[in-house]
Write a protein that binds this ligand. Sequence first.
Ligand code: FES
Ligand code: FE2
Length: 336
Amino acid sequence: MWIRNAWYVAGWASELSAEKPLGRTFLNEPVVLYRKNDGTAVALEDRCCHRLAPLSLGRIEGDALRCMYHGLKFDSSGACTEIPGQDRIPPTMKVRAYPLVEKQKLLWIWTGDPDKAREEDILDWPYLDSPEWSYKPGYIHYKANYLLIIDNLMDFSHLAYVHEKTIGSQSLAETRAHVEHMPFGLRIHRILDNDIPPGFIRELKNLGDRVDRWNIYDWHVRGNILAMDSGFARLGTGGHAGDRSNVVEFRHLSVQTPETEKTSHYFFGHPRDIALGNEILDDRLLKTVTYAFDEDRAMIEAQQKVLDITPDFKMQPIAHDSAIFQARRMIENLVH
Ligand code: FES
Ligand SMILES: [Fe+2]
């Protein structure tokens, strides 16, 4: 179950080249991605219409892609333009081409009704593409349904347990989130005034022994996008609503693109507005975030295995689960 008419993240722009095609499955559809000579990114069905060989095992030739089983060649619209040893090309010889847009370092794909694909609906999130923010792109492959990952992102009560030894703290786990309905999905505020800053924040900037912290999540139901505004300010200076010229700010983007019913792609970035261009810090933060996400992954993949043998199970909600149920309902309403 997923929303078909939505832009989903297909990958980081840096993953694509004009030399080698990339095969990846989205929403159960095998897709091959590559770049044309002029750099434009292309997405085609990753199965040759001749005998279903994956085109991702093929060869990029200029703007076209050649199947390396028997040599059929396809242009970037998916039309077959060459059949070795045969002059006539039947019009049925074609593969599907998907709308694909490269924007702010991400590739966005549309696998739904092509007439409904509007480029202006793609998330505008400049932090991935701005010299004023620093980060390294992240990716995790998940052996779990994307809804289990969304449940986890909407739920802060797991922090003190799953992340007991890393990012978890009792104050984070006990703070009840405020959930607001928005046209795009949900906005979740988690404000922690007068909290102890984590060690790495102290290294970046001396904000004092106690700080005001904020995490404001915008969760977009179409595309499963979580875009976060988070930061640390000197105690009593207004937090997120105060003067931001002397704070440490992060943005965070987490996107789950379903691969199959039981596997998902997870793309993420964690830009910061301090120590720009410091690649050692870029690597360190990527490692820290990936490590914490791997803690989630271990639990969620184990949960998926139990769900597989318990198909009729219905979740029993606790007080912390309100955002989860609201998010799931929003998805269901757009699927049916
Ligand atoms: S399967 Fe592609 S050319 Fe035969
Ligand atoms: Fe987590």
